[in-house]
Design a protein around this ligand. Structure first.
Ligand code: URA
Length: 226
C-alpha cells in the first residue's frame, strides 16, 4: 500500500501531466489548467463542474463568487479549504463558461478518477449535475438526489458520494442556498462514520532487492497541495 507521501508525489506528477494536457479542444482557449487544490490526503473531496474566468486566470478552483459561498459553508461546518481537496470535472475552462461537452468530460475523466485513487477520500461531495452524473454513473438530476449519500466504487476506491447543489445555483436562488446549507450540515456526521468497506487490495508486487534512488520531485506549484 502506498504511503500518503508516495500518493502525494504521484499527485504532483499528475498535476504536471494535466498542465500540459491537449486531450480536448479546450487547451486552445484556456489560460491555465485548474488541477484542483487542498489537502492531498483529504477525507473529503469536492467536485465541481469546470473552471470559470477567475479560476482560469489563477489556476485555482472556486476562487470566484461561488467559491466564496463554498468557503462560507465549509466554515459554518468547522471546515476549511486546507482540510479538503477541491477539484472539477473539467480541468480547463470552457469558453464563455458554456456547459462541458460529452467528449471533453470523457477526455478529462481519467484525471479525476486518478485524483480519487491518490487522495483516497471517504466522502466525495459532488456539486451540481455534471459531477453527480459522472461520478454516480446515473442520469438522475441533482434536484432528485441531493442530500442523500450513495456508496460507489470509483476505480480502486469505494466512497460515499454525497450530491449537493452547485454553489452557483445557491447564488441564483435563496431557496436553493437554504437547501445547500441544510445538506452541508450532514457532512460532519458522514465523515465521522469513516470510509465504507474497501474492495480487498490485489496482492502487492514484490519489492526489488534494492530500490533505485528516486529523483526528488519538485512541486512546481506548492501552494496547491498540503
Ligand atoms: N464553478 C465550478 O464548477 N468550478 C470552479 O472551479 C469554479 C466555479
Amino acid at each position: 500500500m502506498a504511503t500518503a507521501e508516495q500518493r502525494r508525489e504521484e499527485l504532483v506528477e499528475l498535476f504536471r501531466e494535466v498542465s500540459k494536457c491537449e486531450r480536448c479542444q479546450l487547451h486552445q482557449t484556456r489560460t491555465r489548467t485548474v488541477f484542483g487544490a487542498g489537502n492531498a490526503n483529504a477525507d473529503l473531496m469536492f467536485v465541481g463542474e469546470a473552471p470559470g474566468q477567475q479560476e482560469d486566470l489563477q489556476g485555482i478552483p472556486f476562487v470566484g463568487r461561488a467559491g466564496k459561498l463554498l468557503d462560507e459553508l465549509l466554515a459554518e461546518n468547522g471546515l476549511a479549504r486546507d482540510d479538503v481537496f477541491i477539484a472539477n470535472v473539467l480541468k480547463s475552462r470552457p469558453p464563455g463558461n458554456r456547459d462541458p461537452q460529452p467528449d471533453e468530460i470523457e477526455a478529462c475523466k481519467p484525471y479525476l478518477f486518478r485524483q480519487v485513487e491518490l487522495i483516497e477520500p471517504t466522502v466525495i461531495c459532488t456539486l451540481g449535475n455534471f459531477s453527480t452524473k459522472l461520478l454516480t454513473g446515473l442520469p438522475t438530476g441533482i434536484s432528485r438526489v441531493h442530500g442523500v449519500p450513495q456508496v460507489h466504487q470509483l476505480g480502486r476506491r469505494t466512497v460515499q458520494i454525497f450530491p449537493i447543489y452547485h454553489p452557483a445555483a445557491g447564488l441564483r436562488a435563496s431557496s436553493v442556498k437554504e437547501i445547500l446549507r441544510e445538506d452541508f450540515k450532514k457532512l460532519p456526521a458522514l465523515l465521522a462514520a469513516g470510509p465504507p468497506p474497501q474492495e480487498p487490495a490485489s496482492p502487492p508486487t514484490p519489492e526489488p532487492a534494492q530500490e533505485p534512488a528516486s529523483e526528488p520531485i519538485e512541486d512546481t506549484q506548492p501552494k496547491l497541495f498540503d
